[in-house]
Design a protein around this ligand. Structure first.
Ligand code: SF4
Ligand code: SF4
Ligand code: FES
Length: 497
């Protein structure tokens, strides 16, 4: 049986397991304790000391994120001593952080900025000591060392959650810093561009490369901007404008984006169809082989990078079909490519990497000129003071109908449907396709086709992808087609702190 202890937190009585930390107990008592570096089970390094609290009868303050509870403990979160110490800790962090908040992409969503404001930090009593090494400005992931507060969240989320170990704690003592492991340049490092370290950085030291300027230049030069806003972008737009997800339709997204001067917005169904057709054709070819290798979908760029870095032996099974992003760009640039600017409003950082690496088609034109991540898209759209309600009213007045279907990500069913039609010349009867969950985050699709059984699957989440790849490598699982979406929940989720 779990041993429980009873303690008070700012006078509120709470009972928790004896192994709990003060921070966990405070959570149960609903007493907020500010914290920056702590991420449960991922980053418990006691680095920032922002969570200091006083314990009645004890001489020294303690960190609530690591100190365990005890029977009868009286915790004082906001005593004058605890508050003064917390202010000092934040002032010390600010003394090593370049506070260019107005120019920072995290302005308004920065945890350090909020904490400093909440604690009423004014002038800093400490001399600022800010150092920073140069960074490759072309890489999709940007790091500004001058803002790093050495909380190590990036180091541990990358190593423990994403299993990539891109970052490393370097030097020691007052010189301790974070850099790319093994002295590599970030472009040489095994970064999958999953973006999780950016989401977890509490100080704006990590960010996505800002491509809003490229779009603004194109608009100023009167280029014809053709935008791809995939179905996943609908729920992002709902968040930006605080709308209900089911209220945001494709026409509403298009109407909002067009208010910025972008004349053409598509969800990319044609590009997706071309992708589906190409994948179905490859699968049809594979059917002719006795023991065909699995085919890995190239639709998720984070997964393709992950496979490249972590499972080089399986890399050869990656589908040669470029992703729907490429098909959109290629189609859009047919004709006068010079005057066309292709834009993708993408749900993730990985798409920036994908666009950067896409082969040039004629006259050095890349298929996609700019990819805006949700953060950039939000900044861009909000700079126009758009009001979603106006667009909604306008759409209603024109009786425009829009789908409110939840934006599904997987293309496995459309690919199998196209394959069936290609091979048999007939529509796919429902009973020929069985679906079931075969492992956490893994859905199997089994197709009865011309007397053969074709087993395929769609996997969501990197942890589940690792299990699948290990099963494939060990021979435990055999699939004809595999689709992995590296990030769960429409490519937007991040580990919670
Ligand atoms: S880059 Fe951000 S997450 Fe990483 S150690 Fe610095 S402040 Fe923390
Ligand atoms: S983007 Fe992902 S893989 Fe790259 S450094 Fe950050 S957490 Fe690691
Ligand atoms: S949150 Fe407790 S030391 Fe940083």
């Amino acid at each position: 049986m779990v041993k429980l202890v009873t303690l008070t937190i700012d006078g509120i009585k709470v009972q928790v397991p004896a192994a709990a930390t003060i921070l966990a107990a405070a959570g149960k008592a609903r007493v907020p304790i500010p914290h920056l570096c702590y991420m449960g089970g991922i980053n418990e390094v006691n680095a920032c000391k922002v969570c200091v609290v006083e314990i009645a009868g004890r001489k020294h303050l303690v960190s609530a994120c690591t100190e365990k509870v005890a029977e009868g403990m009286e915790v004082l979160v906001s005593s004058p001593r605890a508050l003064a110490a917390r202010r000092t800790m934040v002032q010390l962090l600010l003394s090593q952080h370049e506070c260019d908040c107005a120019e920072c992409s995290r302005n308004g969503s920065c945890q350090l900025q909020k904490l400093a404001a909440d604690l009423g930090i004014g002038e800093l009593p400490y001399r600022k000591k800010i150092v920073g090494r140069p960074w490759d400005p072309a890489f999709p992931l940007q790091r500004d060392e001058k803002k790093c507060i050495k909380c190590f969240r990036c180091v541990n989320v990358c190593a423990k959650v994403q299993t990539m170990k891109v970052w490393q704690v370097q030097k020691s003592g007052a010189l301790t810093t974070v850099g790319v492991a093994d002295g590599l340049n970030i472009a040489q490092a095994p970064c999958t561009l999953c973006g999780q370290c950016i989401s977890q950085c509490p100080a704006g030291a990590l960010s996505e490369r800002d491509d809003v300027g490229k779009l603004e230049t194109a608009l100023a030069e009167k280029k014809r901007v053709l935008a791809l806003a995939p179905p996943a972008f609908r729920s992002l737009a709902a968040d930006f404008f605080a709308l209900k997800k089911e209220a945001v339709t494709a026409p509403l997204v298009a109407a909002l984006v067009k208010k910025t001067g972008i004349p053409s917005v598509t969800e990319g169904s044609e590009a997706a169809s071309r992708f589906v057709e190409a994948e179905a054709a490859l699968l049809a070819e594979n059917l002719k082989k006795e023991d065909a290798a699995p085919l890995f979908s190239s639709a998720c760029p984070v997964f393709t990078r992950f496979l490249r870095f972590k499972y080089p032996a399986l890399k050869k099974y990656l589908s040669p079909t470029p992703s729907p992003l490429f098909f959109f760009g290629e189609e859009a640039k047919k004709g006068e490519a010079k005057n066309i600017f292709t834009l993708a409003l993408a749900p993730c950082l990985g798409k920036k990497g994908e666009a950067d690496e896409a082969p040039c088609a004629g006259e050095n034109e890349r298929p996609i000129d700019a990819v805006l991540t949700p953060q950039e898209a939000e900044r861009f759209l909000k700079s126009f003071s758009l009001r979603a309600e106006e667009c909604e009213a306008e759409l209603l007045s024109k009786k425009t109908e829009g789908s409110t279907d939840p934006a599904g990500n997987s293309l496995v069913v459309p690919i199998l449907t196209a394959l069936y039609e290609k091979v048999t010349g007939q529509k796919l009867p429902a009973e020929k396709l069985q679906t079931f969950s075969s492992a956490p985050g893994r859905k199997d699709y089994v197709l009865e086709l011309d007397g053969r059984t074709l087993r395929t699957c769609a996997v969501v989440g990197q942890k589940n992808a690792v299990k699948l790849l290990d099963d494939i490598q060990s021979g435990k699982a055999k699939y004809a087609y595999v689709e992995v979406m590296n990030c769960p929940a429409l490519c937007q989720s991040a580990p919670q702190s």
